[in-house]
Design a protein around this ligand. Structure first.
Ligand code: PKZ
Length: 203
């Protein structure tokens, strides 16, 4: 069974609030302590928003069931999720029946070396993209090994492409490769071993 590549991003509801939260995260990292903003007041206003959300949130087990409803892609993951403010978010396109890719531009919240993407963020994007490529190709699994090679700095503030391809399925062992490129040049390449299994969804 293959999966849908897109979790639909809605213009209203939690997706709209999450998009606003992404703006806040970016603006805070951009502002730092050298902006003219009254940060004590900013903290008060953000804490008021958090208080409101915490007061009205469902019990954790109820939300977990809600997050994992259905059998395909989720809406909450930290790479593509329209319900997750730490997701850039990536939006995948099919390249062929085993290969997917997404193009995005990352900013200051994902910085590692100066003006460059943090290596752990690259690992996150690649792990997830390899996993979704497996789902797209029809055999999903959990990451058992992920080997990365960082060839050159991955730039912030300009488009990068994250791609992955399922290479083989041998019993439960799924081998998948991927790369992050900028201007057509490889920045990070990945080789993954996935084991065909999926933990049961909370019901
Ligand atoms: C309904 C469907 C909907 C699907 C919709 C999906 C769409 C949505 C996509 C989302 C994409 C998310 C992508 C994020 C992917 C993560 O983030 S997954 C989270 C990170 N990974 C983990 O937490 C995994 C933790 N580890 C484990 O749970 C277990 O060790 C594993 C990997 C499941 C394997 O355990 P196991 O099932 O007990 O396997 P086991 O019988 O020990 O070994 C099976 C075979 O694999 C080999 N093997 C196992 N581990 C290793 C290893 N590390 N190195 C080498 N060989 C190994 C064994 O040697 C054995 O080989 P053979 O003896 O058969 O030759």
């Amino acid at each position: 069974m293959t999966i849908d590549l897109h979790a639909e991003t809605r213009p209203t509801g939690v997706d709209a609030a999450v998009a606003a939260a992404r703006r806040v995260i970016d603006a805070l990292v951009r502002a730092g302590d050298i902006s003219g903003a009254d940060m004590a007041d900013v903290a008060d206003r953000l804490n008021a928003v958090a208080d409101d959300l915490e007061d009205t949130a469902p019990p954790l087990d109820e939300r977990l069931v809600d997050m994992w409803r259905g059998d395909g892609n989720t809406r909450h993951d930290p790479v593509t999720g329209p319900e997750n403010p730490i997701a850039p978010p990536l939006r995948y396109e099919a390249v062929d029946t085993r290969t997917i890719e997404a193009t995005t531009t990352l900013g200051l919240p994902h910085q590692g070396p100066p003006s460059s993407v943090h290596g752990g963020v690259s690992a996150l994007l690649l792990d997830h993209t390899l996993g979704v490529a497996n789902g797209w190709a029809g055999t999903s699994g959990m990451t058992a090994e992920l080997t990365l090679r960082y060839h050159r700095l991955t730039p912030l503030f300009e488009p990068i492409t994250v791609a992955a391809r399922q290479v083989s399925v041998d019993g439960r062992k799924i081998r998948t490769t991927g790369e992050i490129t900028a201007n057509g040049e490889p920045c990070v390449t990945a080789e993954g071993l996935f084991i065909a299994t999926y933990p049961p969804r909370p019901r």
